[in-house]
Design a protein around this ligand. Structure first.
Ligand code: ADE
Length: 231
């Protein structure tokens, strides 16, 4: 039955101790403890070679750094997945397609993901092709490994799972869900260091408040992220 069963994240990493990390706390952590989703962090080094359980080697053609071996990573993937496992196979990498809220929504609606975390200078290209790994980037900057990126991706998915966040994340209002950044928020006190709450929000006129919020969202999006504005 499609869409039933929990969201399962399987992470292949050289640093399994990084998981669940922050995902063991707050809303994601509560949902994890409740069995709303599951997390399995598997150590790639369990498939390392020789007495030192080597996982990497020098790059063919020379150059700096080390490359994760195709055979080692393939063995780790094959041990983690049953042949009929329907989950997408992702690899966190700055070379990947940029992660979007639309992709997060699609992943959260599915059975979960296998997520490979690269380290070193790179991963042997042949295992990416041979195991059909889809590279995903969380932004145009370079992390020291894919683990933090995997935590980001999983966090973004888990908060959308039914029952994790309540109505906040149902989120037609959320940044990106409606193609706009969010409008500004205010709460008490009415005056903070001479800065009042915008008068429209105190009017009690729901149509006016909705209009003010939409205008503010459009203004902020124009100022900060003209690139996501459709018109
Ligand atoms: N690994 C290193 N940098 C990364 C990035 N920006 N996104 C995803 N994985 C990464």
């Amino acid at each position: 039955m499609l869409g039933s069963g929990m969201f399962r994240a399987t992470v292949l990493t050289l640093f399994p101790e990084m998981f669940p990390g922050p995902l063991g706390l707050s809303l994601a952590g509560t949902a994890l403890a409740e069995g709303v989703w599951s997390l399995e962090a598997r150590d790639i080094r369990d498939h390392g070679l020789g007495r030192h359980r080597a996982v990497d080697d020098a790059p063919a053609g020379g150059g700096v750094g080390m490359v994760l071996r195709a055979d080692v990573l393939a063995a780790a993937i094959d041990a983690a997945l049953a042949p009929d496992d329907p989950r997408p196979r992702l690899m966190m990498s700055p070379r990947g397609a940029p992660l979007t809220q639309a992709r997060v929504r699609a992943l959260a609606a599915g059975p979960g993901a296998l997520i490979v975390c690269g380290r070193f200078e790179g991963v042997d290209e042949r295992v990416i092709a041979a195991r059909g790994l889809e590279e995903v980037s969380i932004g145009d900057y370079v992390l020291s490994g894919g683990e933090v990126a995997a935590l980001v991706l999983i966090d973004a998915c888990v908060r959308l799972l039914p029952g994790v966040m309540g109505k906040e994340a149902s989120g037609a209002e959320e940044s990106f869900e409606n193609g706009l950044l969010e409008y500004p928020h205010y709460t008490r006190p009415r005056d903070f260091e001479g800065r009042p709450i915008p008068e429209a929000l105190l009017s009690g006129d729901h149509a006016r408040i909705a209009r003010w919020r939409r205008e503010e969202a459009e203004k902020i999006t124009r100022e900060r992220r003209a690139d996501i504005l459709s018109s």
